[in-house]
Design a protein around this ligand. Structure first.
Ligand code: HEC
Length: 152
């Protein structure tokens, strides 16, 4: 009897955790996943520029090309009303997004341009990658500054 009880307590906990995760809207999880892929590609390039990992033309080109593709993904649908950080605990999206939707969306065009400039030179060596890092990083940071709750 005791054993049965503890089993049901464990199952109950598992169910609660699963429920908490599924409470985060799919749109929020999807856009955060997209951002994680931005970050993955950016850090590959940044680490090569800083010499933390050895420059590899193929890997640099892949990371830059990926950013070009990912930054052109249609944003329509990722940012529905009611999904700001004020409404969804797991989100850091500032309500300002919904007050200035056009300006916010233009940030993805800026990122696309910076990624394209990076992709044009990513195969040309560590220095070339380094030369484009600042404007690429700014395309991320500029939007975060205005539209994302800061890390600290
Ligand atoms: C046009 C605006 C915009 C641009 C451009 C942008 N981001 Fe974001 N980013 C956001 C917003 C808004 C959030 C918060 C989303 C949420 O939590 O709902 C976010 C969240 C993130 C997160 C956290 C994701 C998570 O798991 O919670 C990372 C990492 C990130 N961005 C990296 C990047 C990188 C790297 C770039 C550039 C290559 C970039 N972002 C470009 C707006 C932007």
């Amino acid at each position: 009897m005791k054993r049965l009880l503890s089993t049901s307590v464990v199952l109950g906990t598992v169910a609660t955790v699963a429920l908490a995760q599924s409470n985060v809207p799919q749109e929020v999880r999807a856009r955060q996943g997209l951002m994680q892929n931005f970050a993955f590609s950016l850090s590959t390039l940044g680490n090569m520029a800083r010499g933390n990992i050895e420059y590899d033309a193929g890997l640099a080109q892949a990371a830059a090309d990926r950013l070009v593709t990912l930054s052109s993904i249609h944003q329509n649908g990722y940012w529905p009303d009611g999904t700001s950080a004020e409404e969804i605990e797991a989100s850091r999206a500032l309500p300002a997004i919904w007050e200035s939707k056009d300006d916010f969306m233009s940030g993805f065009d800026d990122l696309h341009q910076a990624a394209t400039a990076m992709a044009e030179v990513a195969g040309d060596g560590q220095q070339a990658v380094g030369g484009q890092m600042r404007s690429l990083g700014q395309a991320c940071g500029g939007c975060h500054e205005d539209y994302r709750i800061s890390d600290d």
